[in-house]
Design a protein around this ligand. Structure first.
Ligand SMILES: Nc1ncnc2c1ncn2[C@@H]1O[C@H](COP(=O)(O)OP(=O)(O)O)[C@@H](O)[C@H]1O
Ligand SMILES: [Mg+2]
Length: 389
């Protein structure tokens, strides 16, 4: 079974690498690696353990012996695999029963007798531990050699790349979920704003018109006065609708970039709740990718909204400037201020997600966000967007 010549081993390793590059099913990949470990090293069995940091365990993702069930070992417990998972380094053990790190209980359960072991850590490129590759029992009662050790190391390297790929995929899935959540929340908000604003006003207007029509038969001046009030409410609703449309698709942003959009935002918001909202130092003419600009604008708009609505700030200043590597947006207000940490810490029980969405939007475009505030001292929201991501 054991390929004797080095050329043969090399050929096997190379063909394995080729297969791995083509295979997308991680369990197939790991099985190939385990199989290669038994063939190349002349071992009876091989196991790929994966570290589960959350549960503090290593578990056997792939075993070459099909009759064995999944093995789970505590990361901080006894056993050679746990030891290598914890400490790294390759262990070559010729007399496991004489080794204090060996845990004989697995043998006891399975009726298998371990005579020799060769165990290597599986690491990611950043050196974090992903798993352990273990070969057991050199066939023919021999011992594993230094050559076996270097072979196992290179197989563990391949396993590392495969496992890292799995982790990246899982991260990507999580990321997608977050994007979906942000989109959902945005839609909910929009629906709520439309419901509470325009929809409400239109419903009331229809009823008011009926009332005014009746009133007009007997008291024309009163009817006229009511119509005036109704007209004001409709204008108000129209403005609300325009604000929503502006939030949805700020034309200035797509056509002229962040600075233009922030100027338009200041103009639109100025006077709301008695706040003076103004473009203070808006000098950047840098253009970024459309989705980056959109994300940045979302953050700044949300910050300005908070300053006016919950901050009740007399003044809200907006800056958009260039720095060495990107654009800096700043929303500074002299309003109530708030305890940022306490607010971020209590979101679980709150309905609104404004600040969280700001953070998420910043993260998605690779920008840094800092929120600086304390009760009585106003609020500064600073967003730095790198030019090239
Ligand atoms: N600029 C600000 N000035 C004062 N308080 C703020 C400011 N921005 C946020 N806050 C506080 O943080 C809370 C959470 O903000 P946010 O997540 O946007 O939700 P919402 O605005 O819907 O309440 C606000 O209710 C407010 O108490
Ligand atoms: Mg808000």
């Amino acid at each position: 079974m054991t390929p004797t010549g080095e050329t043969e081993q090399l050929a096997l390793l190379l063909s394995l690498q080729r297969e791995l590059a083509l295979e997308t099913d991680i369990d197939v990949v790991l099985r190939r690696i385990a199989d290669a470990a038994t063939t190349l090293l002349g071992a009876e069995r091989a196991t790929v353990y994966v570290v589960d940091h959350e549960r503090g365990e290593v578990w056997s993702r792939v075993l070459t012996e099909s009759e064995l069930r999944e093995i789970r070992l505590p990361l901080d417990g006894r056993g050679i695999a746990s030891d290598v998972a914890r400490n790294g380094g390759v262990l070559r053990i010729d007399d496991p029963y004489g080794d204090p790190r060996f845990d004989a209980s697995v043998d006891a359960r399975t009726g298998y007798r371990t005579r020799s072991m060769l165990v290597a850590p599986i690491d990611a490129r950043d050196r974090s531990r992903l798993g352990v590759l273990q070969a057991v029992n050199k066939i023919g009662d021999e011992r594993f050699t230094a050559a076996d050790e270097s072979l196992l190391r290179s197989l563990a390297g391949s396993a590392g790349i495969a496992l890292e790929y799995v982790a990246l995929n899982a991260q990507l899935a999580l990321e997608r979920l977050r994007v979906v959540k942000v989109t959902e929340e945005t839609r909910h908000r929009l629906a709520r704003d439309l419901h509470d604003g325009v929809a409400q006003t239109l419903a009331n207007a229809a009823i008011s018109i009926e009332i005014v029509q009746r009133e007009a038969r007997t008291d024309v001046p009163a009817a006229m006065a009511d119509l005036d009030r109704l007209r004001e409410r409709l204008i108000e609703a129209q403005k609300g609708l325009r604000d929503i449309l502006f939030a949805l698709r700020p034309v200035a942003l797509t056509e002229d970039g962040l600075s233009a959009a922030v100027r338009a935002l200041a103009e639109r918001m100025d006077g709301t709740n008695g706040s003076r909202v103004f473009a203070r130092t808006v000098t950047s003419s840098t253009r970024l990718g459309p989705e980056v600009e959109a994300g940045a604008f979302t953050v700044l708009r949300e910050a300005a909204n908070n300053a006016v609505k919950t901050g009740r700030a007399p003044n809200v200043a907006l800056d958009v400037t260039d720095d060495a590597g990107g654009i800096v947006g700043l929303v500074e207000d002299d309003g109530n201020g708030f305890d940022v940490a306490a607010t971020l810490g209590s979101y679980a029980g709150r309905g609104s997600l404004g600040l969280l969405q700001m953070r998420e939007a910043a993260r998605l475009i690779g920008a840094q966000l800092s929120i600086d505030s304390s009760p009585g001292n106003g609020t500064r929201v600073r967003l730095r967007v790198p030019r090239a991501v």
